[in-house]
Design a binder for this molecule. Structure first.
Ligand code: FAD
Ligand code: DLZ
Ligand code: SF4
Length: 519
């Protein structure tokens, strides 16, 4: 009897650990489109298209190699709607000698998998996900005994482990580990990057688009145009285009934002990485080659590599280190519901409106939009971390909880009490004005601090600081701010408070049905 190998929607890699050494004639692969996963939050329509289309293409590729693939489509009348239900049904159908699976990236699914051994009629092996550079043990060993889990030090370990941008004498290329100081250019007038390739949906993807249009019509986001890579070949083409056209300027403009320029010099490769079409190490090696060949400067290449072997690996380690508590963490006791405009885009704040528009159109926004516009707003307005996490998880095509939650709860909201970020990234309108062209045409005036017509980020910033003074004052990276506040006159402080409160009172809370189906 065969080995049964379930492959999940973010495990679409030919060198997956569960497939290692298996021959087509004694293996049944199981892939499942299940209602539970498609709706545990109401994912953006394009995210569901991405995952189902990529799953269907991957199944075809495995079949072409001779594998038997049991592919359960969403509208199969016998579909039980859950991974556990489908795995049990496959065991009845196939009577496997063994079930072999690569560990899940997400806590929720991992806990469900833990139950399989007891429920199924065959032995179950859960294998490590070898697509990551750091093993769970690597992160654990690194984190053990450390007071602060500073990403920078973890990143240096990963540079040593991979040898990326390392010199023969064990020192980092160029003498420094980090060139971030060179990577904060504000956008020049008319800054425009060469476009990233979009992939026209083939018949398989068209069929999924029709299915999603029918079954998930009430989910957030535009269904079409859909242009994400859904096969490894397409993802490699997208990577080639990035290395040829964008990498060289990736560094300097990493933090820049331009109205209507949705991805600037970013790679747009996160969806392909996260579902397994591309591997982190191959991308970093390619980036290093571009540097060695003199086609891209060190600050850009180091910056790109740091996002991947630094941040991406770090947040994954952090997630498993901090779960399940991370999902409920709320250090700053933020309880305000997410405003409705996060789903409708209807706000006069031009920066937020543009970031929400690109999110709706493409199921994507770039890092600084997610961090310093959308995230910063949620932080200083005191939005409930669980509302914020649901939103990010639902709206981005690259959102899987292991990468979304540490970014939301840790990096953006300080909800974990500063284990991930050393200080809250709170900022007033000034930061957004410096790094973008948003403010010039905004209804609000960024230079006005309080009163009608003032940029709401300005009073919200001080409102946040005052509200959280007790917790933040002792933080050496932020404590000095309070001296500025204390020097302000009482009348000025009162104006800040009134302006912030007036704005907060005007926010309309989001309808609950946006994020989850109401039962
Ligand atoms: P690039 O700017 O080209 O970066 C290259 C790669 O580095 C990305 O593809 C990604 O794999 C990795 N990377 C960069 N920053 C991070 C980071 N902070 N954490 C982890 N990996 C990183 N990324 C996701 O993949 N899924 C998410 O659900 C997600 N949620 C986020 C939520 C918030 C609040 C914030 C601030 C960031 C989030 N990020 C998330 C990180 C980052 O914004 C996206 O990875 C990036 O915008 C994807 O676009 P890109 O591929 O063009 O990235
Ligand atoms: C995000 C997602 C969606 C929308 N649908 C499916 C699905 O139907 N089948 C599947 O195998 N995976 C899906 N995924 C990804 C999973 O929710 C989840 O993130 C991973 O399986 C965790 O390892
Ligand atoms: Fe955003 Fe304020 Fe600038 Fe308007 S003025 S775009 S609200 S930062």
């Amino acid at each position: 009897s065969p080995v049964l190998v379930p492959i999940l929607g973010d495990q679409l890699s030919r060198n997956l650990s569960s497939l290692d050494g298996l021959s087509p004639d004694n293996t049944v692969i199981l892939m499942m489109e299940v209602w539970d996963e498609a709706t545990y939050v109401k994912h953006h329509k394009q995210k569901i298209v991405l995952i189902f289309a990529a799953m269907r293409h991957f199944a075809e590729a495995l079949r072409a190699e001779g594998f038997t693939v049991d592919y359960v489509t969403l509208d199969d009348p016998d579909n039980t709607g859950s991974f556990t239900g489908e795995v049990a049904r496959a065991c009845e159908r196939r009577a496997p000698s063994e079930l072999r699976v690569t560990e899940s990236g997400e806590w929720r699914v991992a806990r469900a998998m833990d139950e399989w051994e007891g429920r199924l009629p065959c032995p179950v092996s859960i294998l490590p996900d070898t697509r990551f550079i750091a093993t769970h043990a690597d992160f654990r060993d690194w984190a053990e005994g450390r007071k602060h889990l500073t990403m920078e030090y973890f990143y240096r370990e990963m540079r040593r482990k991979t040898g990326l941008l390392m010199r023969d004498d064990g020192k980092p290329e160029g003498g420094e580990w980090n060139y971030d100081a060179d990577n904060r250019e504000p956008p020049k007038e008319g800054l425009k990057a060469p476009p990233a390739p979009k992939f026209a949906p083939d018949d398989i993807t068209q069929e999924v688009i029709a299915l999603v249009g029918e079954r998930f019509a009430d989910h957030f986001g535009d269904l079409e145009p859909f242009g994400w890579p859904v096969t490894r070949e397409q993802a490699l083409e997208a990577a080639d285009a990035f290395f040829a056209r964008r990498l060289a300027k990736f560094g300097p403009y990493q933090d820049a934002m331009v109205h209507g320029e949705d991805d600037l010099y970013h790679s747009m490769l996160s969806t392909s990485l996260n579902i397994g079409l591309l591997e982190p190490l191959e991308l970093c090696q390619r980036a290093e080659e571009e540097y060695r060949a003199g086609r891209a400067p060190l600050n850009s290449v180091e910056g790109f590599i740091r996002q991947i072997i630094g941040w991406r690996e770090y947040v994954r380690g952090f997630y498993w280190h901090a779960m399940p508590g991370l999902a409920e963490a709320n250090e700053l006791n933020a309880t305000r519901p997410l405003p409705e405009f996060f789903w409708t885009g209807e706000t006069d704040m031009r920066c937020l409106a543009d970031c929400i528009r690109t999110t709706r159109e493409d199921a994507h926004a770039h890092h600084i939009q997610r961090l310093m516009v959308l995230g910063n707003f949620c932080l200083i307005a005191g939005i409930d971390p669980q509302d914020v996490a649901d939103w990010y998880l639902a709206v981005y095509a690259d959102a899987l909880e292991w990468v979304e939650l540490p970014n939301v709860a840790g990096m953006v909201l300080y909800a974990d009490g500063g284990n991930l970020a050393t200080k809250p990234y709170a900022a007033s309108g000034n930061y957004i004005n410096k790094m973008s062209d948003y403010c010039g045409k905004c209804r609000y005036k960024v230079s006005q601090k309080t009163g009608d017509g003032a940029c709401p980020f300005n009073p919200l910033y001080w409102h946040f600081m005052e509200r959280n003074r007790e917790r933040l004052e002792s933080n050496h990276r932020i404590g000095r701010i309070f001296a500025t506040w204390d020097r302000m006159g009482e009348a000025k402080k009162a104006e800040y408070r009134t302006s912030a409160e007036k704005f907060l009172d005007s926010l309309i809370p989001a309808r609950k049905g946006w994020a989850r189906n109401e039962t």
